[in-house]
Design a protein around this ligand. Structure first.
Ligand code: SF4
Length: 150
């Protein structure tokens, strides 16, 4: 389900939103075990979007782990909302400064859906990255009859 918040400048897609009598209830599916609290921040951002979209409060949601095949309830309390707003502000600052955060390259990466575009084992090693960048953009030697047209 598409999600957005014009107030916060967010858009994205929820894995599942249950439309309960008490209001929208977002559920985020994760491949691995749940750890670290990052998924709760992601889920809370979904709740902030749903609150704006449905003009209602969204007090809770759930994380589902394929690894454990269990749902873990998440309450969108003030502390989690503060962490989520801080994360949104941090991302906005990075976008404004055109910065990329360093790649984590840790135990989360093998089960991350972005691993094939992020390439954490490459970008987390500056020397290796510089080597690849140099190889990618090394100018081709011109042959004598080559007039430079591509
Ligand atoms: S693959 Fe990239 S985006 Fe995914 S957890 Fe690792 S560093 Fe983060």
């Amino acid at each position: 389900m598409p999600l957005w918040s014009e107030r916060l400048g967010l858009f994205g897609r929820a894995d599942l939103v249950e439309l309960r009598e008490t209001g929208p209830f977002p559920v985020e599916y994760k491949v691995g075990a749940l750890s670290g609290g990052h998924a709760a921040v992601q889920l809370c951002a979904q709740a902030l979007c749903l609150e704006e979209m449905f003009a209602t409060s969204v007090p809770g949601g759930a994380l589902y782990s394929h690894a454990t095949r269990r749902r873990q309830p998440v309450a969108f309390d003030a502390a989690l909302r503060d962490r989520t707003m801080a994360a949104i502000e941090g991302v906005r600052r990075q976008i404004e400064r055109q910065e990329l955060p360093p790649a984590a390259d840790d135990a989360r990466c093998p089960s991350c859906s972005l691993i094939n575009v992020c390439l954490p084992s490459v970008v987390a090693q500056p020397a290796r990255l510089r080597g690849y960048q140099g190889a990618l953009f090394w100018p081709r030697a011109l042959e004598p009859e080559d007039d430079g047209d591509v």
